[in-house]
Design a protein around this ligand. Structure first.
Ligand SMILES: Cc1ncc(COP(=O)(O)O)c(C=O)c1O
Length: 481
């Protein structure tokens, strides 16, 4: 696996020498405040220490507001899968409900009821055999949801091993090397051996053969990705499920499947309704999705659902009484805002099935338009075209040697576009790709402007006398979430 992207952004008490803070403000321990804010105490504010005194809210607001202007324009961020636009009504609801604590189900029973309603809506959307008794939770994102699903696998497997009088010390999980970093984290944090099936040649997804060659009695489950982070493609969930059904018929090994549908579980029901990837397949025990990706909500929302109550071991569910009543909870966090859940429900009502279909179809049309145009350029070879989730990736064509995709990424950044370039995972680290995630809010107009800028950037790079100087220190930009 490439580990470039696994390094967590750990906040340290002193700025690291390489981050923007260290470079641009070295030695500047005080904030410069707009001279209009000239009341006593407002012009001399420490940067790294709690100020001794208070300031007017308008001043503090302006300081924070001005500083985050440097973050870049979220709408021009073609790297992220996460929602960057919601309508005015959603913004109003978000502001009105930011104070609701999702965990206080007794104090906010209606927010809790709406969460349960969303679980049922998703269970129905994902063809649960019995949506009314579906088991599921909201989370902070797909990462937490994936951890919960992985834990359920591990606990069920261990219980079955103990019941059979067999050791349960060496669990393993099978997945493609193209999994998102959350699965590396899961394996690392919970002492599970990750068995990666490398992608190879032009096959960039998990295959039944690769999976079966790694399964044994210590396999707690298999992860299939619906909408890979690297390329946007769907892994063949149905084929994987059938291969596991055959395996059970042949050997008795009963290995469950989890679908990481961080992006795809909120796209496939609307754009590919006939694709069987969900609870229609008995082998699929659990599914995770990000409400804040193609669920179209702002950052801070994921979902985890289980096919049947027995797929979520009861001993993982904690019961707390100090909030009043008996509250079952299953999650890695405790307090968090209920607003994202309410925003998800707002969108379910506001858009309905047809609305989601139209929004995602529009994104897909834009993705297919752009991938077609980029694929037609001599300098590029298209890898994927955006017809699974509206995400596509391309590589440099053979013969382009003066510049690479990292140079192109930097050149596009000059116009504000954030487009990541990164190596593929093992065993295709030799292949560097560039990827665009088309989301709600990146319409055809913006896409055409982006294409103009891309063509200009390529012409500028092509016209260079020689290669651009390469960075000699540090990692090259490799963000791809
Ligand atoms: C396939 C996949 N799984 C999991 C995640 C993690 O999702 P989240 O950011 O919601 O925690 C991502 C994020 O891009 C992803 O693409």
């Amino acid at each position: 696996m490439s580990h470039a992207h696994t390094r967590a952004a750990v906040t340290r008490s002193r700025p690291a020498a390489t981050n923007g803070e260290g470079r641009t403000t070295n030695g500047h321990h005080r904030l410069e405040v707009n001279p209009l804010f000239s009341r006593a105490g407002e012009s001399d504010v420490p940067r790294y220490r709690l100020p001794d005194d208070s300031m007017e809210p308008a001043t503090a607001y302006q300081v924070v507001h001005d500083e985050v202007m440097l973050d870049g324009n979220a709408r021009m961020n073609l790297a992220t899968f996460v929602g960057t636009w919601m309508d005015d009504h959603a913004d109003r609801l978000a502001a009105e409900t930011a104070d609701k604590n999702m965990i206080d189900k007794d104090e906010y029973p209606q927010t809790a009821a709406i969460e349960a309603r969303c679980v049922r809506i998703l269970a129905d959307l994902w063809h649960s055999p019995d949506p009314e008794s579906a088991v599921g939770v909201s989370t902070t994102g797909s990462s937490e949801a994936a951890m919960l699903a992985g834990l359920a696998f591990k606990r069920r497997w261990a219980a079955a091993r103990h019941a059979a009088g067999k050791p349960a010390a060496k669990p393993n999980l099978i997945m493609s090397s193209a999994v998102q970093v959350v699965w590396e984290k899961f394996a690392n944090y919970w002492d599970v051996e990750p068995r990666y099936v490398p992608v190879h040649g032009d096959v960039h997804h998990l295959t039944p053969e690769g999976m079966l060659s790694r399964v044994d009695e210590n396999t707690i489950g298999v992860v299939a990705i619906l909408g890979q982070t690297y390329t946007g493609i769907y892994e063949p969930v149905k084929e994987l499920a059938q291969a596991l059904d055959d395996l059970q018929a042949r050997t008795g090994l009963d290995v469950p499947l989890h679908v990481d549908g961080a992006s795809g579980a909120m796209v496939a029901p609307f754009l590919q309704p006939d694709l069987e990837w969900d609870f229609r397949l008995e082998r699929v025990h659990s599914i995770n999705a990000s409400g804040h990706k193609y669920g179209l909500v702002y950052p801070g929302l994921g979902w985890a659902l289980w096919r049947k109550p027995e797929h979520l071991p009861e001993d993982l569910v904690m019961h707390v009484s100090y909030l009043g009543g008996d509250m079952p909870t299953f999650g890695l966090n405790f307090s968090r805002s209920g607003a994202p859940v309410l925003l998800q429900y707002y969108l379910f009502l506001r858009l309905g099935r047809e609305g989601y279909r139209r929004v995602h179809q529009t994104s897909q049309d834009v993705a297919v338009y752009l991938s077609g145009a980029i694929g037609a350029m001599d300098q590029f070879d298209l890898l994927t075209d955006g017809t699974d989730i509206p995400v596509f990736a391309w590589a440099l064509a053979p013969g382009v040697e003066k510049w690479d995709l990292h140079d192109l990424s930097r050149t596009l950044r000059e116009r504000g576009w954030q487009v990541p370039a990164y190596p593929m995972p093992a065993d295709r680290e030799d292949l560097t790709v560039m990827r665009v995630v088309v989301r709600n809010g990146f319409g055809l107009d913006l896409a055409r402007l982006f294409l103009d800028d891309l063509e200009r950037a390529v012409a500028w790079l092509d016209a260079l006398d020689g290669p651009l100087p390469k960075e000699t220190t540090g990692e090259r930009a490799g963000f791809h979430h």
